[in-house]
Design a protein around this ligand. Structure first.
Ligand SMILES: [Zn+2]
Ligand SMILES: [Zn+2]
Length: 298
């Protein structure tokens, strides 16, 4: 089995859908291929994160309305000892309902059946805010940035995760001569800004210039708490007023935060929206100054 063949069936492998013989060739390949082992670990982490995110969201939605009702029932009916027999009965019936509803919603994602062991019946406060509509979604992002963000996410998967680009990446130094001077030192600026905020929990594992869907990116790949984060810079043309870092788009279980600077778009792609936006905010000032310096040298 080749690395390419493995990357085509990685999802079926993780879902346990492969024939026994194919499974054996996968295992044989993984035993001797470190790259694919790393890709597999990242892919598995993404899937686990997704399933727990879905489960938490479903639970919170069910719990907050249900918990409010349950609490008022308990308050009005359970007079006497704090946890009298009747209150307990009511509570256990309620807890069973939460488990069953949650079970149903998790089973819909047939892939994630084994995750059921983590089902919790903790009842959050009724005042809890809705987790589905973060305020970052309401910010207006220029269309040129949104378009480029789609390519940035493609690049995060095809370049950083699967090393599956039609053209090999080149060094930032080479790209600064042949493509755009803004490439030079981009990795240094990113890594200094990141280390200042995250210290040892983040490290740069790759930095290069790559081409995807006809778009040139200066690309730095970070490992932050064992997860891959891509930081990408590309020319987008006029972005109007320089905008603050905000969530740009979400696709395939990852979120891209972005901001514009002097005709360039900068994108941070990670598994979670909050992390993407935070990293984009941290690197913002250093990258803005880098872009304006490198451009003024042209
Ligand atoms: Zn391989
Ligand atoms: Zn790349």
């Amino acid at each position: 089995m080749t690395c390419r063949e493995f990357s085509d069936i990685i999802d079926s492998y993780l879902s346990g859908e492969l024939l026994v013989e194919t499974n054996h060739s996968v295992i044989r390949h993984l035993e001797q291929c470190r790259d694919c082992r790393e890709i597999l670990a990242v892919r598995r982490a993404i899937r686990e994160r997704l399933s727990s995110a879905v489960r938490n969201t479903e639970e919170s939605i069910i719990d907050s309305s249900f918990a409010a009702r349950l609490r008022s029932d308990l308050r009005s009916k359970a007079v006497g000892p704090r946890f009298g027999p009747f209150a307990w009965q009511l509570f256990l019936t309620g807890a069973a309902c939460v488990i069953m509803i949650t079970l149903g919603s998790v089973l819909l994602l047939s892939d994630y059946g084994p995750m059921l062991t983590g089902v919790s019946v903790n009842l959050p406060e009724p005042a809890m805010t809705n987790p589905v509509t973060p305020d970052t979604m309401t910010k207006i992002v220029p269309a040129v940035l949104e378009e480029a963000a789609e390519d940035a996410i493609d690049d995060h998967f095809k370049c950083a995760l699967f090393h599956d680009l039609p053209e090999r990446p080149i060094s930032l130094e080479a790209a600064s001569i042949t493509v755009d001077p803004v490439n030079e030192g981009f990795d240094k600026v990113v890594s200094e800004a990141i280390v200042a905020h995250l210290g040892k929990s983040a490290k740069v594992i790759a930095a290069h210039h790559c081409l995807i869907n006809g778009r040139h990116f200066a690309h730095v790949v970070l490992l932050v708490n064992e997860k891959l984060v891509s930081i990408l810079l590309t020319k987008v043309g006029d972005v109007g007023q320089q905008n603050d870092a905000a969530l740009c788009t979400k696709k395939n279980e990852v979120a891209a935060a972005c901001f514009g600077s002097n005709g360039y778009g900068i994108f941070v792609v990670s598994e979670t929206e909050g992390e993407s936006v935070n990293v984009a905010k941290w690197i913002g000032p250093a990258i803005r100054s880098h872009v304006s310096k490198r451009r003024s040298n042209v």
